[in-house]
Design a protein around this ligand. Sequence first.
Ligand code: ZN
Length: 706
Amino acid sequence: MLPVTIGTRTMRISSYPLVSLALLVACAAPVPTPQPWPLRPDPVAAIGGQRRADLVHLSLDLELDHEAREVRGVASSWFRALRGGTTELLLHGVGLEIQEVLDATGQALEFEVREPEIRITLARPLAKGEEEVLHVRYRARPERGLFFRDRSRFSEGFSPSLFTQGQKHNHRHWLPLWDEPNDRATLEVRVRVGLSMEVVSNGQLVEVERHSAESRSFHWRLDQRVPTYLLAVIAGRFDRFRAPHGSVELEFIVAKGAGEQRARETFGETAAMLNFFEAKLGTPFPYPRYSQAALADFVTGGMENATLTLVGESLLGTREENQDLEGRPRRIIAHELAHQWFGDQVTCWGWSHLWLNEAFASWLELAWVGEVEGENARRLRMEQYRERFLARSERVSLPMALDWHTQGCSPNRAHHVYTKGPWVIEMMSRLVGAEEFDAALALYLKRHRDSLVTADDLVQAVFDATGRNLMPQVQQWVWSGGLPELTMHHEVLGQELVLSLEQAQETTHLVPLFDCPLTVDLITSTGRARHEVRFLERSHSWRLPFDGELLNVLVDPEGALLCSLRQTKSAAAWLHQAADFEQALGVWRALPALRQIAGSSPAARALMLRILREHSEPLLRQRAARQVTWISEASRAALVRAVCEDQLAPVRSQAARSLLDHIQSRPFTARDPLSQKLRTQMESETSVRTRETLLELLDGVAPNPR
Ligand SMILES: [Zn+2]
């Protein structure tokens, strides 16, 4: 799942917080001291995790009444007893009106509703391994889990649709079922709707049955066992488009009127993505079919239901319409597709272990970015994960996975799984070696296909495939919180650099001292000398020899360790770093420092404008545009040039926003040739965001002095 909602089309782009950038420059504020968090038991792991019986099959026979916002019908769960003498079975349900519960013989069973549980007393005790079915007749007008919509962006007037969202613990609000990720079942869905709507669910369509002039039923079935949170039902007036692929049926589902071009330009990379993941993971796509549906006012960024991913309609646009989204559709589509292996085929054992789903999906999402946009783009997106993780400073000290929750904060809410999670996988991959790690993932997926996993299973698979023991990594990065908050000092003694690093984080019962393997590059007048250092203690010093004149010291130049770094560097060193365009990560890190010295350094100002104008990496031009905050003829001209000439909409849009800040203190005049250029650009601008900012800009142009 991706929890971020995108919002409306014009307001939907979130800019990444910059707070953490301060950590990379001199005189920066440190991460606030982690608070000691009291521990308490995780109620999900402790209670929801218990099973009396194994769920085998879930079958729904329902009517969805859009007008009444109501669901009614029968939900049937087949169980196999795990213990002899089982007399009671458990389902989950909240706000449901349960009418009756029948067993396989049709006998009515006693039941007790103690939300969120429904306890059902069986007619006789089950022997170990014996199967029983519970047919629950019910109705509900749900406020969660099942959502009714009346409109689509793409149709005028009434356009009914509905969808479900299971993760996590949401299905129980519209459906009586076993609603924990720790069990798996085959799924069968028969849903009756009005004649104008069609229904799509998991797996394959078995048949469509016409009942009357007003209604028909759609019968879907998934033969692979999946956790029930991956059940999905959608209904509406759809257009459905097929895409060619050798072995998997690919389909894009959109509201009627959205158009084939939008569907194909939004989802068009899916087949290539799927081939890429299959090759990287050495594992075929788990299902014979994969559909993606774009839905009106979907409740989350994207949801990876087995064989049926759901995303919001706001993601759906032509290439031109989506140019403001900064590649977000591509990343969401890759993320949800990657979940079909990590989450759907192999599932976290409980929600405390959610990182095993989300870390891989977020990491593989960027693997696809690397494949199509280049390794620099992938690394810079990893830096954005780091910055987003550090920006949630009050949560940094929380462990990513907990069987014992910290008070008032679940791992899911901490969002570490989406930011720290991919970093942990990246560090594991680097430690083991990329190819070896991918091979270990193939073993992990094969061994745990259609079953549940904890971190131990990942460690075991990597150990068996490569001989590398990742348990220390899991202990410090998954079961512990925090990160190395490094402070660096250095001093030159003749032809030696004395480098001192300290782990400044406050250690608590949750935050350890870390094992820090680091690369240190010494940039000198004769070239670059690389040193590998490693320390596990509070602080350590090294004497590193070099030739020639020392120009810069780069700690972790490849971005291989999740840490924050405080360092004091000379302006000359930052300038040297930012001028090395080949090292995109170095430029990324230097830009905030350049902004800090721009007031007193003409060289820094000139270099920032050159990055904005010339760097081949769009993310760096965009970052440079954001940092051009000083006002001069040159800076205004450079921003106007970027607005009018940059090929990438996010760069144009950011440059326009920076210009907007400029004119607050010094407005353009209408005769200014720069404002004339902006007017001309306005006429041909295709990016909605840039056009909106241009409108604001030109609105603020001072009238001609007469
Ligand atoms: Zn996800």
